[in-house]
Design a protein around this ligand. Structure first.
Ligand code: MG
Length: 254
């Protein structure tokens, strides 16, 4: 099943997508949202990021061997975790803004998990209970600032640096999905989620040892090799097998 969020005259709402029709829900799907008794054509909706602002956006760094290597980094012995602010979320169809502080902003295509249940200090076996679904996400990164700052809050945290969506897919086995990133239609990343160093159940368990996971939190699970820079005017797309493509534009921040 597929879920999304949309702007209904200034009010954010959740919906379930069936074919080309959206059924608005009276609450988040992970909170038991029920059919609100309407149908809307998908193409008429102004989409929002599939999770609301205010939650956590947890990210895993260097979780694919070939990507750690391409940036000259060691493979981590434990999952390398960082956070993006939820103000970095951007909806499908939005525009990534390149900030004037950076001369090198990279794309990183990633599978993101959407948390559906509160969880603290759970084991890997709790994965299916805790994870509501998956969505494509881009971990946009100011590479020069990542090196310069030491802390990654700014390099990973600018507004628009976390495009995600358009939908959250439930009931999909995400352990071995193709993940492809395209820049102006040219294939840049071509990985599989099965090539992660730390698998999905281990990641959920690991982050829950430190902080409570809450419904609507996102967990980006790392990027395969092939990352590269963005330029104004480009069209960036992420395709994860079994899910609709995430598509955004790139522009200079005015
Ligand atoms: Mg990343």
């Amino acid at each position: 099943m597929r879920f999304l969020r949309f702007d209904d005259g200034g009010i954010p709402r959740f919906g379930r997508l069936d074919g080309g029709l959206v059924t608005p829900l009276d609450a988040a799907p992970w909170a038991g949202g029920r059919d609100a008794g309407e149908r809307r054509p998908f193409e008429t909706l102004a989409l929002l990021p599939p999770v609301p602002a205010g939650g956590k956006v947890l990210c895993i760094g260097r979780n694919y061997f070939a990507h750690a290597k391409e940036l000259g980094n060691e493979v981590p012995a434990e999952p390398l975790v960082f956070l993006k602010p939820s103000t970095s979320l951007l909806s499908h169809g939005g525009t990534v803004l390149l900030p004037p502080e950076s001369e090198r902003v990279d794309f990183e295509g990633e599978l993101a998990l959407v948390i559906g249940r509160r969880a603290r200090r759970v084991g890997p076996k709790a994965y299916a209970d805790v994870v509501f679904g998956v969505t494509p996400a881009l971990d946009i990164t100011a590479r020069d600032l990542q090196k310069k700052d030491g802390q990654w809050w700014r390099a990973k945290g600018f507004d628009t640096f976390c495009p995600c969506g358009p939908v959250v897919e439930c009931g999909l086995d995400a352990s071995d999905l193709a993940l492809r990133t395209y820049l102006d239609g040219e294939l840049k990343q071509d990985g599989r989620t099965s090539r992660m160093i730390f698998g999905l159940p281990a990641l959920v368990s690991w982050v829950s040892q430190a902080m409570t996971l809450e419904p609507g939190d996102l967990l980006l699970t790392g990027t395969p090799e092939g990352v590269g820079p963005l330029a104004p005017g480009q069209h960036l797309e992420l395709e994860i097998e079994g899910l609709p493509r995430l598509s955004v534009r790139v522009a200079k921040e005015p």
